[in-house]
Design a protein around this ligand. Structure first.
Ligand SMILES: NC(=O)c1ccc[n+]([C@@H]2O[C@H](COP(=O)([O-])OP(=O)(O)OC[C@H]3O[C@@H](n4cnc5c(N)ncnc54)[C@H](OP(=O)(O)O)[C@@H]3O)[C@@H](O)[C@H]2O)c1
Length: 290
């Protein structure tokens, strides 16, 4: 079967790294973009290109119809001109269910991300509609994997450092973590499913479990006895303020604690039925630990 070209923005991201593996294995020739110069890593089926500064002219001399964006959706508008110069016809781009789950967050930085996601989505759909480009936005739930994510890996580091993990209340809020490889695979299936276009889909992991159970499984993956310490909210609030003095925990906030008891649950059965694929359960292997 002839190999097909695909452009990937955000090719160095966690999902992008999984795309770097899956796309060549599935007969795609990848043009991978980064702001960094990475030409030394060219392989038989991946060619790296450095993104020009937004103000510089892009000189594309190849045509690439199909694109995946695994960079934050709000940076995509910076590259509309580049994509148009390649003659883009169809794009699958990642957003996040955070634009729904963090909408009511009391934390200013989370509010900013929600705004960026919402504006990013609307700029992408308006641009695509104006240029007859087919678009699919996938909104994954919590992404984990390869020890590179900002959720599970952070819990792992905390447990390794302090030997316990603090929970607020019963921490029964439901979660559907999805492995980055499943997100990447779904991007590829969606790109090929030409009957799907101009829609936004939520994308979940294959298992729904409570926040408490998720943390318990992380202890087990680390081969440790689970030590879950339940804290009252006021204590959590002040502990978070203290933790924020450490650079690694600067982005922690008490809204995170409040969410431990909220169900953040979505349905991606329609998408997965149409693509004839499914996501795996929450499983942490050695390669997923930082
Ligand atoms: N982490 C989660 O739990 C989660 C959940 C749901 C959705 N998502 C979404 O999934 C996607 C990937 O997330 P991630 O955590 O894997 O990302 P990440 O590791 O933070 O990587 C960010 C990527 O974006 C690229 N990038 C950043 N600014 C850019 C710009 N101005 N122009 C071009 N590229 C730029 C970076 O490329 P270079 O540095 O190489 O240029 C890098 O590849 C994002 O869209 C995110 O919103 C994440």
């Amino acid at each position: 079967m002839a190999r097909q070209p695909v452009g990937v923005l955000g090719a160095t991201s966690l999902v992008g790294v999984c795309l770097q593996q899956l796309l060549p294995e599935n007969n795609w020739d990848v043009m991978a973009f980064s702001r960094q110069p990475i030409t030394t890593r060219n392989t038989a089926h991946i060619t790296w290109r450095q993104l020009a500064q937004p103000s510089a002219p892009d000189r594309a001399n190849e045509k690439i119809d199909l694109w995946i964006c695994a960079a934050p959706i709000w940076v995509l508008p910076e590259h509309f001109k580049l994509l148009s110069s390649y003659g883009i016809k169809r794009i699958v781009t990642l957003s996040s269910t955070s634009c729904i789950t963090k909408k009511e967050s009391t934390d200013a930085s989370e509010q900013k991300i929600v705004q960026q996601l919402i504006e990013g989505e609307s700029r992408v759909t308006a641009w695509a509609a104006a240029n007859q480009i087919e678009w699919i936005i996938l909104r994954p739930t919590l992404i984990y994997g390869l020890g590179r994510d900002k959720n599970i890996s952070e819990i792992v580091r905390f447990i390794r450092r302090f030997g316990f993990f603090p929970l607020f209340g019963k921490a029964t809020g439901l979660r559907q973590p999805i492995h980055a490889r499943d997100v990447a695979a779904t991007c590829i299936y969606t790109l090929k499913a030409l009957n799907l276009k101009n829609r936004t889909y939520n994308l979940t992991g294959g298992e729904t479990l409570s926040y408490r159970e998720m943390v318990r499984r992380i202890f087990l993956a680390l081969d440790r006895k689970p030590r879950l310490v339940t804290l009252p909210f006021w204590f959590f609030h002040w502990a978070v303020i203290a933790m924020r003095c450490l650079p690694r925990y600067r982005h922690w906030n008490s809204a995170m604690a409040a969410r431990m008891n909220q169900d953040l649950v979505f349905d991606s059965t329609e998408l997965q039925r149409q693509l004839n694929c499914s996501s795996g359960p929450f499983l942490l292997s050695a390669e997923d630990l930082p």
